[in-house]
Every structure is written in C-alpha cells, then in structure tokens.
Write a protein that binds this ligand. Structure first.
Ligand SMILES: [Zn+2]
Length: 658
C-alpha cells in the first residue's frame, strides 16, 4: 500500500497555506490522484482532496478525504445538478465514510486529468480580474496559455466548464482565483508560484507612480477611544463584540478614494463569509453611529431586493459590518474574541489591498453583481463552514474588568468568566499572580486577557485601567469590584492609617472604578453590569473587625447609588456577600487567620470548619460558589435585577440581606 501522493499533497498544501497572498483561512483547495490499494486489497484510482473549510496551513492527512475517482468522473455526463445532490453523490464516493466533507470544488479537481492540482485565491490574480477589463488584462498578463472564466459560483456547472479546459496551462476564475496543475507535486507548486509572480509583476508595471502616499493625520488617543465606544455601541445593537484596531490597512483607510475601495467589495468571493460583502467607512467618533446605521440600512435593503433568491430555511444575517475603515487609524474589526477580530483584519488586509491595487493599476474595482453577491452571501454550501465552529459562548464578545484578580475570589471569578467566553481584564497589584491567572485562562482555551498590574486604590491607575480596556477590547460591559484587604483591630486600637487603608483599598477604589466605568458605559450606550464583591460583614459585622466591616457596608451603599444613577442608562448594579472563602485567598495571610481564630477561641487550622459549622447549610463556601453568582449577576439572565444583594455565605441569619 502506498500513499505517497497524499504525503506530497499535504506537504505542498502546507507550503501554500503559509503564504497568505495565496490563500487565507480555509480558502482554496488542492488535490492529488494515484492508484491506491484499499482495505480489501483492491487497487483503484483515488483522488485526495482538501476537506470543506479545512485550512491548508498546518493541515494534516485527515484534512484530505480520499474518493474513488471513477465514481466522480461518472457524474460528468449529467446535465444539471443541485449543490445538495452533488454533495450527496460526492459523499458516496468517499473511501472512508467517516472522513470530513470534501471541498465543494471536488468535481472540478476530478474532471481535470492531472495528478496534482492547485486552486488558490491569490491576491495578484484577483487584481487582474476584478474590474471592467479583467479578461483583456488577464490575457495581456498571462498570455494565451491561460483560460479565463467569468464569475460562476463553485458547483457542478463550474466543474464541468473547467473540466473542458485541460488543453490550457491553467484557468483564471474571475473574482475567485487560479487553477493550475502538473504531473509532479513540486512542479505543480512551482507553476502556482510562477503564474502568481507573473500576475504580480504585470500589476506592478501598470501601477500609476505612487508619488507621496496621502496620509491622514493620526487620530488622537482620546478621540480614538470615543470612536471605539461609539462604533461598538452602534454595532452592538445586534450583539456584543470586541473591537480590534489594525494599522495594516492605514494606507487603504487614508486613501482619498477609500469609499471606492470599499465599494469594490471582497477580492475573492469566499472572503465574504468572514467579513461580509462590504466594509463600512467611518469618518470620526461623531459620525460612527450614523455611518453604521446607514451601512445596516443598506445591507437590509439589499437583502430585501434579493428576497426572492433567499434559500429556504434561511433568514437575514446580522446586518452589522465586520470591518470599519477609519482614516487616520486603519481598520477596526469586530468578533467574539480579539482572535476572531484579528482573522477579520487579516482577510480585510488582503481584500482591500487588492481593491487598492486595482484602483491604482486598472481603474475602479468592480464587485460581483448584486445577485451574484447575494447568491454567495446566502449560499448554504458556504454557510455550512460556519456550522463546523462551536456555538458562541455565553459571554462571547463581552468585556469585563475584574479587580483583585490575582488571587482568591477575584481569580476564581476571572477563570469562570473566561471559561464562559468573556474577554477579561485582570487588575491587581500582584503582577506575577496576574501572569499566572492569564496563563491559566489561555491554557484552558479562554480568550487572551489584558493584565493591568498596579494599585487600584489610586484613581489615576483606575482611569488608566479603564482607558486601556477600551483601547484594547473596544469597550466595556461588566466590572467586578473585588478589592479586599482585611484590617483587624478594635475601635480603640485602630490607627488612623489602618482605618484609611481599609477605606482606600476596599471603598474609595470601588468609587473610582465605578465612576470611570459608568462614564464609558454611558458613552458606549449598551448598558452594563457592575458587581460588587462585598461581604457577609456588611450586614453582620464582627467585633474587632470594624474598619473592614464599615468599608464593605459602604460598598453596598455605593452599589445602591450606582443602581439608582445607572438605571436610565441600562447599567445594573448588584452585590454579592460571601463569607469565609479560603481557597487561594490572600485575605487570610498576614495574621488575619490567627487573629480571627483567637477571637473565636479556636486553633488557626480549625477556622474553615468553624465558619462552615456556623452557617445554616453547614458547608464551606468556595471561590467557585462566588464566581457562579457573580457570573449570573453579570449575565442577561439577571436582566431585571439591580440594587440587590445576593448572599453567598452558606446562610447566616444575622446577615440576611435587608
Ligand atoms: Zn475557490
């Protein structure tokens, strides 16, 4: 048994996948044909082809299902065939029924009689085709050896058309890409590279002398933050997303004809799956909401005009843009996580650079016709790729700041929120503790957090934390105010300094964070949720623990005022009252454990059990218990709850909320 062609195919595809000017994120496909001896010892002609949605970069053999070639070629004499029927018939030819679904372009590979075939969505090829003179320019660039096929959505018809072109050296597909072939794998790769290079050189030779590229003035930082908040507020009307600033598209965004570039649409049709058919151009913070509303209205009007083409069982996609081109900034892209937003930016960088190249080499870039755009935008075969992704997590696209995040309750809350898909900002004085929590989140598959080491009882540090959050993730949805220092001593013993420390760390810092957070939440206009981690002591104080108890009682009152003032902006404010949470907590270090144990007349190591025996349920309270309650109060599941206190103390009658 030999599978050397498959090994060559994977190796070649990996090389192609490493070059984003050829393919990005699952675009394009490759194949190889050979005689293969199956599990029953039968020798037969087999074609390996890339699976639907598989990314060539880093792909492995299982990404390339094998098919019995004779059963594919037998389909060639059919007249018309729907996508569903084609998918069904192609699936029946699989060597292994458990393989991933083969590419929608499988038959195109099968109908060409070559051992190795590459199909890439190369930028340089799309630059040749995406304008009124595409056919003429492609002929001039690549010569008679290359066939030119006007836009045709991938499927049976395109496969038959391309299958008839085997006397050429390759095929250029307008608004789509390139198909090339060879008998040897290396020669096939080399052919792809050579043709793309010829296209690139031709485009460059035709480019108008760039002169001094126009440059829009940099947008000042505070204006950029306002722009992010307004943009996020506008696109967040249909769901929360994080925003990411990308300067790679600065030259496109600063271009005097940026509107024309955006109107050129996507360079290769499959890009619209990730970044929609168009991007929005946003002028300033002041215009962001109007610009996005106009984009949304235009998108909905386009869907309305094409309503009779809507496939059964489908409805309008989210009408908000994925990519905003902003002069003086570059691109601002959106997604459930920063990584998703980065993928959108990677694709946008290629798509819009192609349109800019077209504009500067051959005149106005032309998108697909509206009907063709719609047929791709709402193509079930392409949308199938989205079903391969896990459904969005509960807090996908939500941005939450957690203070005191390096240990104890704050750490537990941060891990829980990240596990539920939140983009979290971890703030604490303890930098190495923050790094540990950050690593733990990433190892568990959570979105990369932003860490802010600093003293959050300093209001300047608090303002910086909130500003950097907006700059990094685009906005703010939730804040967990979890400062905590346990200051002990009777009122006759406490020094001014000790009292002040408890107030500063536990209460004044919470005020500063409340103020800064509510300011940005109000500007953003998506509401928000504040959760104060107070204490059972707020309602059930302890002798010898006055400074702490007063600070936590003040925090509950602060929470109520925030609820009163935030309500009309949709900002909810609630508190949790935990008691005696020990795991990972630093609160008990520095003598507090010994002091409290002495106050109750027990040994320090008996303290956890003592507290557990004291509550009504007779159970220890853990950081995970507190984290569940905080997550509830941050989520839409508590959307009608504000100004309330949720006790997480195992039940302490003397501290029932009131
Ligand atoms: Zn393609």
């Amino acid at each position: 048994m030999t599978d050397s062609a498959l090994i060559e195919l994977v190796e070649r595809s990996n090389r192609i996948g490493e070059d984003p000017s050829l393919v990005v994120y699952g675009g394009g496909n490759t194949s190889a044909k050979e005689t293969f001896v199956d599990h029953l010892g039968r020798a037969q002609q087999v074609m390996w082809v890339k699976g639907s949605g598989a990314d060539m970069r880093g792909s492995v053999a299982s990404d390339y299902p094998g098919l019995r070639l004779a059963e594919l070629i037998a389909l060639r004499d059919r007249g018309e065939m729907s996508d569903e029927e084609m998918t069904d018939l192609v699936t029946r030819a699989l060597l292994d029924p458990a393989s991933r679904r083969p590419s929608i372009e499988t038959l195109l590979h099968a109908f060409l009689p070559f051992r190795h075939i590459d199909h890439v969505h190369a930028d340089a090829i799309c630059a040749l085709t995406n304008h009124a003179e595409g056919r003429t320019v492609t002929l001039a660039a690549l010569g008679e050896g290359f066939a030119y096929v006007d836009w045709l959505r991938p499927g049976f018809e395109l496969s038959k058309v391309v299958g008839e072109l085997s006397e050429y050296e390759g095929v250029v597909l307008a608004h789509h890409g390139l198909v090339t072939w060879a008998e040897e794998s290396d020669a096939c790769y080399q052919r792809t590279i050579d043709v793309v290079e010829r296209a690139r050189e031709f485009v460059a030779a035709n480019r108008i002398a760039p002169g001094r590229p126009p440059r829009h003035e940099d947008i000042p930082e505070d204006e950029l933050r306002r722009l992010l908040l307004n943009l996020r507020g506008a696109i967040g009307q249909t769901g929360h997303r994080v925003l990411r600033v990308d300067s790679r598209l600065r030259q496109v965004a600063d271009h005097p004809q940026v509107e024309e570039i955006a109107a050129g649409g996507v360079s290769s049709a499959d890009h619209m799956l990730r970044i929609k058919p168009r991007s929005v151009v946003v002028g300033s913070a002041a215009s962001a909401r109007v610009d996005v509303d106009e984009y949304r209205d235009e998108y909905l009007a386009y869907v309305e005009r094409c309503a009779d083409r809507m496939p059964e069982g489908y409805s309008v996609h989210d009408p908000m843009p994925r990519v905003a081109l902003v002069p003086g900034v570059g691109a601002i892209t959106s997604g459930g996580t920063l990584r998703d937003a980065e993928i959108a930016a990677d694709i946008a960088a290629h798509t819009h650079e192609v349109a800019r190249t077209v504009l500067e080499s051959f005149g106005s870039p032309e998108p697909l016709s509206e009907a063709d755009t719609f047929d791709f935008d709402y193509w079930p075969m392409e949308l199938y790729k989205l079903t391969l992704k896990p459904p969005p997590a509960e807090f996908s696209g939500r941005i939450v700041i957690v203070t005191g995040a390096a240990s104890g309750i704050g750490r537990g809350i941060s891990l829980e929120l990240a596990a539920r898909g939140a983009s979290v900002v971890l703030a604490d004085l303890d930098a190495s503790g923050l790094d540990e929590v950050g690593d733990q989140i990433v190892r568990a598959g959570g979105a990369e957090p932003l860490t802010m080491a600093g003293d959050q009882s300093d209001s300047a540090v608090v303002d910086t934390t909130v500003h950097r959050t907006v700059r990094h993730f685009g906005g703010l949805d939730g804040v967990v105010l979890n400062p905590g220092v346990g200051v002990t001593g009777t009122l006759t013993e406490l020094t001014n300094e000790q009292w002040q420390t408890a107030m500063n760390v536990n209460l004044t810092s919470a005020f500063a964070l409340t103020r800064a957070s509510m300011q940005v939440m109000q500007e953003q206009g998506l509401g928000g949720a504040l959760v104060y981690v107070a204490s059972k002591n707020a309602f059930g104080p302890g002798a010898g623990f006055g400074a702490y108890s007063v600070s936590k009682a003040g925090m509950v009152q602060l929470m109520r005022i925030a609820a009163l003032e935030g309500g009309k902006h949709g900002i909810r404010s609630n508190a949790v009252n935990p008691d005696a949470v020990f795991d990972n907590s630093k609160l008990w270090d520095g003598g507090l454990r010994e002091e409290r144990a002495a106050a109750h007349g027990i040994a320090p190591e008996e303290l956890e059990d003592f507290y557990a025996s004291r509550n009504i349920l007779g159970r220890r309270v853990t950081t995970a218990d507190v984290a569940q309650s905080v997550a509830f109060l941050l989520s839409d599941r508590s959307s009608r709850t504000t100004g309330s206190v949720l006790a997480v103390d195992g039940g302490v009658a003397g501290a029932f909320p009131r």
